[in-house]
Design a protein around this ligand. Sequence first.
Ligand SMILES: Cc1cc2nc3c(=O)[nH]c(=O)nc-3n(C[C@H](O)[C@H](O)[C@H](O)COP(=O)(O)OP(=O)(O)OC[C@H]3O[C@@H](n4cnc5c(N)ncnc54)[C@H](O)[C@@H]3O)c2cc1C
Length: 659
Amino acid sequence: MKTTATISTDSNSRSAPAKSSKAAAAAAVSAPPSPPLTPCRVSADDFAKQAFDFLVIGGGTAGLAVASRLAAATSPSLTVGVIEAGGVVASSSRDHVEIPAMYGRALGGCHDWGFETAPQAGLRGRSLPWPRGKVLGGTSALNFMTWNRASRADYDAWEALGNAGWGWDDLLPCFKQSETFHPPSKALAGEHDVSHDPGLFGSSGPIQVSYSTDYSPSHRLWHRTLHALGIATNPAHVGGSNVGVWTNVNAVDPRTASRSYATSYCASSPPNLHILTDATVHRIILAQDRGECRATGVRFACQGREHVALASREVILSAGTVSSPQILELSGIGDPGVLSRAGVPVVVENPRVGENLQDHLMLPMVFEVDPDLENPDKLKQDESMAAAAMERYVRDRNGPLTVLPCSMAYVPFNHFVSDERLAAMSRQAGELAAFDADKRPVLQQRLDGTANLGQVEYIFDLGNWSTRFQGTEGKQYGTMLLMLQYPFSVGSIHIRPGATPEDQPVIDPGYYAGAHGQLDLQAMKEGARFAARITATEPLAGIMRGAASPPASTVSDEHRLKEWIADNTMTDWHPVGTCGMGGRAGIEGGVVDERLRVYGVRGLRVVDASVMPLQISAHLQATVYAIAEKAARMILDDVGEETEAGAASMGKVEEGMKC
Ligand SMILES: Cc1cc2nc3c(=O)[nH]c(=O)nc-3n(C[C@H](O)[C@H](O)[C@H](O)COP(=O)(O)OP(=O)(O)OC[C@H]3O[C@@H](n4cnc5c(N)ncnc54)[C@H](O)[C@@H]3O)c2cc1C
């Protein structure tokens, strides 16, 4: 069985960032190759000649999952095509993608779209880099491999908005279907506070998930420190509540100690799945079909030439939270004001396209730590240490290059915010208008003082994670990351005036902007003070040598802390919502219905992180795979019904007519 993926050198031509000494040392002894996706050269012309039933735009996290499920379920009767803008992982980037502890190395390189936000007033004018994967596997090839789920309440909130079938009970089988969980050994479980309920995980899905075998020395202090602050270990953190402290699971295949990501879905790809790489979709072809607007295919560019590929049943847009709204707008689906400024004729009016953008805000607080501890920064500073770590990884598949951040805790606000302050925040939230009427009560309820939700995520690990704090030679650092899980800041992604398909869209997450953003700033201030308390609590306090960024005096000063937060907040890389499900509000509240069908267009769905109507308290990838699993089921159900109703009678379509 073969996956037909073209390999072009185009997407690899952007220069990679300067290699660190660690990377240079690592390159000297490279990891042995893991089995790649079997690519076979096919020209864009040959791809475009295929008669596709389904065309998937974007071979990323959701795109490969949904495409391979459709192909496998219908093999060989229905033909599925995937068009991916990036290429397969370049040999020069392979270690950065595959080796767990090299997470982050691929950012800014040839497999990153290199997006940037608009200058953010709430961040005192800063623009933030917004990395996204431009490679087969999409952002699942670049992410940090954390594997978790949000709480039952988060998915039930989607359903409560009127999106039937999206509650926890409906999604749990989809989560399980995507994963194969590898339980830890008894010795490992005892040594590293690893606890799990195997019944909550899947056992035969494409993504391999496991606990690390090696940990930072600070991890053995983590659970006891949080216990001392009244936060208990949650042994079932993927079972419907993420609240508590736990040791994290990762998307790592323990058999090879390497990243497990979306390309695994294609490992046994059926002959009816065709993947074209290094080809960028410019727009969806919309045509008039017996009084309805219908998606019939796409226009895409490959090596400077434009091509057309047609789909007789559906076009599935899986280009991610940034590019999916961009492609809809370039195709004429969106807010008439945005489209007319961009010079795009309006085909379907929908003012919600690109709106409702929600991201997790992240703050890295850096502390000086015991310099004698094993610290990942030492691998960056000492070439011989880096080379030894690589030799060990290649030989034994363990050691420092398998260490990932695993010390996690999700903490409700009522654990560290006073009742009076929470009540004031809740009142403020009820008065805010940027979210639609159905969403407001959900957000407000989260602040009512009784919510047992993981409102702030804390991760502690050794190493300096801050891009702004430089540190002093000879000193070693650790970082407490805090991440706001239910942001009130809300923004948008839209094409620019006069945009061409190659132009980046305007990304404006609205961090800390307006009255909504002020609520987030307030929450971050409270969260930062609790972070300082965690690091001052034994036994973690025992390895601390003092606050580095921010200095301790800033944490206790209201005004300076606010400024420091504005200067240091970054993205946690979890944007959602720009093609959100509309629920009972329909087209007034979103872009797709609960079956992920774009309002006003037949034969067009969106399947990726952008469909989440409200942000969740979790890292996103497990949920994105679950969305893709569910979407594949829905599409197959709908195709079955359509076939029974006589798909053969589908009318002839005419391109370019206003729907
Ligand atoms: C640095 C970073 C760290 C992260 N860490 C974690 C983590 O540890 N755990 C976790 O759960 N989540 C993490 N995430 C988030 C998670 O990886 C993403 O939310 C998820 O992978 C998004 O999946 P998606 O299918 O929506 O989009 P993507 O995976 O980005 O897929 C979109 C695909 O569409 C392609 N595409 C876009 N435009 C076009 C076009 N015009 N034509 C053709 N193809 C196109 C892209 O190249 C890409 O392959 C992280 C994200 C980042 C950036």
